[in-house]
Every structure is written in structure tokens, then in C-alpha cells.
Design a protein around this ligand. Structure first.
Ligand code: EPU
Length: 419
């Protein structure tokens, strides 16, 4: 086991390059199941979650090869169709294999993902949409057993916008008979990146990036000749917040400002200066951070995956702010740990009232999910009086590539120690 130790108080300065997006790379790798031949992917982040999906897919018969930073995937010999509990329990996104397995083999057996620290996270909408496409499903001993002769196109309305639900059904629909229309579909950039990947394989998809996606089933797909995964907007947002919190100046290379409009707007409201440079953004922190309210929303709204990090910043702002979480019912697990560092936060249902303080103080803390871990590291970067120790950092390794190395290159006092 390892922990991250942070000596706070350094102002971060320099340049950082953003890795490929975890939440785009996961469905893109899953989509390689749709057809055999070598798919060529670049900008795939090196993360635990990526290793997990590769492991599950290797067990299905998929071959992976890495060359000069690119990942080659071949699913010519897919012979298994089961994603077992021991792997799915470590990563809920394994459910993304359901759609492509049904499209390729007409059957799938996938462990039903349980709840997780941030909420119950049901998958009823994935299942409802697959049933509309003709899939028969039963739940037995914790596994979804799904089977279909031919997937058929359907008109599907999602009552709640779901990112992986939209992605799963897009993958199921690309070779289905006829047309599938997804209404109230997720508009996230990761959904658009998957649509780009599928189009590079010969799929016919329009409307991604809007709330209505139309997929016309095609007979054949080919492996992608090349797909470059989009930059991780959550990683970029985490560094943007770090620049503001530490009153530093960070140039964030290789990020897409158009994926970060809501975050840019909130950072400008707290007083940070942002400027587009080259293929990224330069963020300069204000001397004093102003308190502003935030409400998480599906894209293009403020992302739930940056709520915890933004809250860490509000803890040292000059006033009070209300943070409203509207996506997940239990995504305030970082609050009790931030309080251990002296933060003044009160929770009332989906609202957190944060009263800013001049300083946070270093403490040993423990993370219970990926983005909560990032928020505790940000708090540690500005904490005084000793070193902050963030425990259970395996959550962080699931979703941030080389986070502490990148922070160190910007001048942070941060390192890993064995526990
Ligand atoms: N929901 C349902 N039924 C469903 C599906 C979703 O009720 O069948 C509800 C969820 O419980 C939640 C809301 O709909 O309240 C939105 O959930 P969504 O399905 O969009 O979330 P997800 O697809 O499971 C992805 C990301 C999350 C990110 C959310 C929201 C991946 C692999 N995961 O999850 O990322 O927070 O979208 O943007 O893409 C993370 O990276 O730390 C992370 C949690």
C-alpha cells in the first residue's frame, strides 16, 4: 500500500501536458470488440481502469499490443462472453462491454455492477434500451445473462441522461437491423469521441453532441486505422483549479477549452485569469479566491467529476458558497475528510454550504473515490502546519496518470511513500 504525502504552501508554476481521457478511452477500447482486425489507438492513458478493461477483454480472447505509445487491439478471436464479478466489482465501467458483446456474439454474461461510494448507480436504462432492441435478459446469481438473435433498431428515450448508457446503446446499435434513435442522449465529449471512433470503423452515426443521436445499422465494420483519444477534461480542470488555489501560473497543454467552458467560466468568476495559448490554456491564480456557487449538471454544465476539486478551492475562498450536486446522491464523501483539514462545510441534502477560511491545516486523510482523492490532494497543496497524507491512493491511480509527478514538475512538494 502507498500513500501520497504533500508539503503544502508552494505556488505552482510551469507547464503540464494532459493525458488521454479515461472515460473516452474505456468505451473506445470496448468498441474494439465490435469487429476483428487490428485497431490502432493513440493517447490511451496508462491507468488502472484501462488495465482492468484490457484484462477483462483479454479473458474474452482479445489481444493487445503496445508499440511506441500506441495501443493495438485485435478481437478476431473473441470466444468468451463473460465479465466476471471479481473484475467488474473493481470497475463499474465494465458494463460498457454489454452492448458490443451483444452486437458481436449475440450473448453476454456480465456481473451486475453494485453501488459504489458515490451512489447506487443503477443500470436500468441500459437494460431498458437493450430490451427495446430485442435483447432477452435475466438476472441470475448476480449476473445479467443477455441474449439476442439479431439486434434491431429502436426509438429509445432516456428519462435520465446517462453517459455510459448512451455509449452502450450506440455500440449495440451500429450493426443492428435498421435505425436506432436515442433521445435525451448524453452530450458529453466522451460520447462524441466514441462516435468518432465508431465512424472510423464504418458506423453511420449523426447527432452526437446533441440530445438526439441517430444510428443507422451497417452490415460490416472494419478496424479503426487510427483513433486518437481526446484529452482528459477532468484532469485539465484539476490542474486549472490547482493553479487558482496555489496562486500560481500553469500552462495546460493539449486540453480542449471547448470541453471546459463551464469550468472556465467558474474559474473566471473566482478571479483567476485564463488565456488560450497554443493548444491549451494558461491559468493564473488570483491573490484572493472569491466564493462562487456551483451546480453540477450533465455536459455542457459543470461536471460532477470536478465538484470535489472545486469544493476544495471554495474551502479557502473569501466568503461562502453553495455547491449543489445533482448527478449522484452521495458525492460528498470528501466533505468529512476536508473538515479534518479545518474546512467549514455543512451538508443539507444535495447542497453543501462552504464557508471559506484563510487556511487549511495538514492532516492524514483517506480517499474513498477517485475525484475525492484529487480534492484532498488539492487541499494538501495549500495546507499549512505539517504534511498532508492521503491514504488509499489506489483510487487515484484508477483515473489520473502520473498525477504527483506532474504536480512535482510544477513545483509542488508531493511524493509517494509505502505504508
Ligand atoms: N442512472 C440511472 N439509471 C441508469 C444509468 C444512470 O438512474 O441506467 C443515473 C445515475 O444513477 C446517475 C445519473 O443517471 O444519477 C447519471 O449517471 P451516468 O449513467 O451518466 O453515469 P455513468 O455513465 O455511470 C459516467 C462516468 C462518471 C461520471 C458520470 C457523470 C464513465 C466510465 N464514468 O458514469 O465518471 O461521473 O458519467 O458524468 O464514463 C469518474 O470518472 O470519476 C466517474 C465517476
Amino acid at each position: 500500500m502507498e500513500k501520497i504525502v504533500i508539503e503544502g504552501g508552494h505556488s505552482l508554476k510551469g507547464m503540464v501536458t494532459i493525458s488521454g481521457a479515461k472515460n473516452a478511452a474505456l468505451p473506445i477500447i470496448a468498441s474494439c470488440l465490435l469487429t476483428g482486425g487490428w485497431h490502432r489507438l493513440s493517447h490511451v492513458p496508462r491507468l488502472k481502469d484501462i488495465q482492468t478493461i484490457k484484462l477483462i477483454m483479454s479473458n474474452l480472447g482479445v489481444t493487445f499490443r503496445e508499440e511506441e505509445g500506441e495501443v493495438f487491439v485485435n478481437s478476431e478471436n473473441v470466444h468468451e462472453y463473460e465479465a466476471p464479478y471479481n473484475l467488474v466489482k473493481t470497475m463499474r465501467a465494465s458494463i460498457l462491454l454489454l452492448g458490443p458483446l451483444l452486437a458481436r456474439l449475440g450473448k453476454a454474461k456480465i456481473s451486475l455492477p453494485g453501488g459504489c461510494a458515490i451512489g447506487a448507480r443503477p443500470i436500468n436504462l441500459h437494460l431498458m434500451a437493450l430490451a427495446a432492441m430485442g435483447v432477452e435478459m435475466r438476472l441470475e446469481q448476480g449476473y445479467i445473462h443477455a441474449q439476442v438473435d439479431r439486434l434491431k433498431g429502436a426509438n429509445i428515450f432516456f428519462d435520465i441522461t446517462t453517459v455510459t448508457g448512451t455509449e452502450n446503446i450506440m455500440m449495440a446499435a451500429v450493426t443492428a437491423d435498421g435505425q436506432t434513435v436515442l433521445q435525451n442522449a448524453a452530450k458529453e465529449p466522451e460520447v462524441q469521441d466514441l462516435a468518432d471512433m465508431l465512424r472510423s470503423m464504418g458506423a453511420q452515426i449523426t447527432g452526437d453532441g446533441t440530445d438526439t443521436i441517430v444510428i443507422d445499422g451497417v452490415k460490416d465494420l472494419r478496424p479503426t486505422p487510427q483513433h486518437h483519444v481526446i484529452p482528459d477534461r477532468i484532469e485539465a480542470g484539476t490542474f486549472m483549479i490547482a493553479a487558482a488555489m496555489t496562486n500560481g501560473e500553469i500552462t495546460i497543454n493539449g486540453c480542449r477549452p471547448e470541453h471546459l467552458a463551464a469550468v472556465i467560466e467558474r474559474l473566471q468568476s473566482v478571479g483567476a485569469e485564463l488565456e488560450k495559448v497554443g493548444d491549451g490554456l494558461r491559468v493564473r491564480g488570483p491573490g484572493t479566491i472569491k466564493s462562487v456557487d456551483v451546480k453540477t449538471m450533465p455536459f455542457p454544465g459543470f461536471p460532477t467529476d470536478l465538484q470535489a476539486q472545486f469544493m476544495a478551492m471554495m474551502c479557502i475562498a473569501s466568503g461562502s458558497s453553495v455547491i449543489k450536486e445533482t448527478i449522484f446522491e452521495n458525492r460528498f464523501i470528501h466533505v468529512s475528510e476536508l473538515k479534518r483539514m479545518g474546512a467549514d462545510i455543512k451538508i443539507n441534502g444535495p447542497h453543501a454550504l462552504v464557508r471559506g477560511k484563510a487556511r487549511l491545516s495538514a492532516a492524514p486523510v483517506m480517499a474513498t473515490d477517485l475525484r475525492a482523492s484529487a480534492s484532498l490532494i488539492l487541499a494538501g497543496l495549500v495546507a499549512k502546519e505539517g504534511n498532508t497524507e492521503v491514504n488509499r491512493i489506489y483510487h487515484l491511480d484508477r483515473g489520473y496518470e502520473d498525477l504527483e509527478k506532474k504536480f512535482r514538475s510544477l513545483g509542488a512538494g508531493i511524493w509517494r511513500e509505502k505504508v
